[in-house]
Design a protein around this ligand. Structure first.
Ligand code: NDP
Length: 321
C-alpha cells in the first residue's frame, strides 16, 4: 500500500461529515451501505482502489443465494453496487490511507487528499492475494507471474501454465485457465487438496489439468522479463525438477488489508481485526469491522455480506436508534 501522508486540517481539502463512514466496497461494505442507507443515518462509502473487492476476480459464483445459475463475480458485484446506489448510498472512489481514532468524530484521510469525519466507522477493507515471497518472484511479477487468471489468463492461449495452491481459489483459477491454455499444472505443497470435493471432481475430469502433489516452488526461471519455467522440489524426497512453464498463477490465500490501521485498533497476529464474539464491535467504541478483514475462517461472500448487515445494525444502534 502506498504511503501517502496527507496534511490534516488543510482548508483546501474536501471534507466529508457523516454519521457512518464505510470503508471498502466488497460484499461486506456494500451490504453495510445498503443497511445504513435504510436507517436514515447519513453515510459515505469509500470504495478503495479495487472497487468490488476480491469477488470481481471470481469467474463462477454459484453459492451466493438468489442466482439459480452461476454468476460472474463482476456481475454479482455490479448488481450489489446498483442496489446500493438505488438506495442512496453515496460511493466515493478514493482510498483511506490513514485513520485517527483518538479524535471524535473519528477522522480518516484519503489518497486523494480528502478528510472524512464520522461518528461511527465500519471497516470492510477485505483481504488481498498473498505472494510466495521467494527469490526471483519480484522479477517476473506481471511478466509471467500473476495472481488473477480472469485478468491475465487470456494471454496464455495454447501455452503451458501452472497454478500454485490447493484451495478453492487455485482450482477455480485452473479451471478458468484451461479454457485458454494448452495445459494447466496445479502445484500443491501437500498430498491432498484443500478445495471442496465438488471443485476436486471438476479438475479430476478435466483433460488439460493435472496436479503435482507434495512439491514447492523453489525458483522462477527465465530470460530478461520472460518466464520460461519453474524449479520445483518434492518435499518428501527433496528431488528437484525444472518444468517448462509460460505462466504461473499464484493462488495461495489472502492477507487482510489492515496496514493503514496499525496502532489504531487491535489486530491478531496475522493482521485480522479482532471483533467481539458474535459481533462486529472492535476494541474502539463506535468502530466496527465486517467481512474478510475480520474473518480468517470462512471468507465467503455471503458471510461477508451478512456481517456487513450486522455491522450497520450495530453501528446504527450504537449511534442511538
Ligand atoms: P485457502 O486458504 O483455502 O487455500 C490456500 C492454498 O494455498 C492451500 O492449499 C495452501 O496449502 C496453499 N498455500 C498457502 N500458502 C502457501 C505457500 N506459501 N506456498 C504454497 N502453497 C501455499 O485460500 P483460497 O484463496 O483458496 O480460499 C479462501 C476461502 O475462499 C476458502 O474458504 C474457499 O473455500 C473460499 N473460496 C470459495 C470459492 C467458491 O466457492 N467459488 C472460490 C474461491 C475461494 P495447504 O492446503 O497446505 O494449507
Amino acid at each position: 500500500m502506498p504511503t501517502v501522508h496527507v496534511t490534516k486540517y488543510n482548508k483546501d481539502m474536501a471534507q466529508y461529515q457523516s454519521d457512518i463512514l464505510i470503508i471498502g466496497s466488497g460484499p461486506a461494505g456494500y451490504t453495510a451501505g445498503i443497511y445504513a442507507s435504510r436507517t436514515g443515518k447519513t453515510s459515505f462509502l469509500v470504495s478503495g482502489e479495487e472497487e468490488g473487492g476480491q469477488l470481481i476476480l471470481s469467474n463462477d459464483v454459484e453459492n451466493f443465494p438468489g442466482f439459480e445459475d452461476a454468476i460472474t463475480g463482476t456481475d454479482l458485484m455490479n448488481k450489489i453496487k446498483k442496489q446500493a446506489l438505488n438506495l442512496g448510498v453515496k460511493i466515493i472512489n478514493d482510498k483511506i490511507v490513514e485513520v485517527d481514532f483518538s479524535h471524535y468524530p473519528f477522522e480518516c484521510s484519503s489518497q486523494n487528499h480528502n478528510v472524512f469525519y464520522a461518528k461511527s466507522i465500519i471497516i470492510a477493507t477485505g483481504a488481498s492475494a498473498k505472494w510466495l515471497e521467494i527469490e526471483t518472484e519480484e522479477q517476473y511479477k506481471g511478466y509471467g507471474i500473476s495472481v488473477c487468471a480472469t485478468c491475465d489468463g487470456f494471454f496464455y492461449k495454447n501455452k503451458d501454465v501452472a497454478v500454485i495452491g490447493g484451495g478453492n481459489s487455485a482450482l477455480e483459477e485452473a479451471l478458468y485457465l484451461a479454457n485458454f491454455a494448452r495445459s494447466v499444472t496445479i502445484i500443491h505443497r501437500r498430498e491432498s487438496l484443500r478445495a471442496d470435493k465438488r471443485a476436486q471432481e471438476k479438475i479430476k475430469q478435466h483433460p488439460k489439468i493435472s496436479v503435482k502433489y507434495d512439491v514447492t516452488v523453489e525458483k522462477f526461471i527465465g530470460e530478461d522479463k520472460n518466464l520460461k519455467g519453474i524449479k520445483i522440489k518434492n518435499v518428501k524426497n527433496d528431488k528437484e525438477e525444472i518444468i517448462k512453464i509460460d505462466g504461473v498463477f499464484i493462488a495461495i490465500g489472502h492477507k487482510p488489508n489492515t496496514e493503514f490501521l496499525r496502532g489504531e485498533i487491535n489486530l491478531d497476529k496475522d493482521g485480522y481485526i479482532i471483533t467481539q464474539p458474535n459481533s462486529c464491535k472492535t476494541n474502539i467504541e463506535g468502530v466496527f469491522a465486517c467481512g474478510d478483514v475480520k474473518d480468517p475462517k470462512f471468507r465467503q461472500a455471503v458471510i461477508a455480506a451478512g456481517s456487513g448487515a450486522m455491522a450497520a445494525i450495530e453501528a446504527t444502534r450504537w449511534l442511538g436508534q
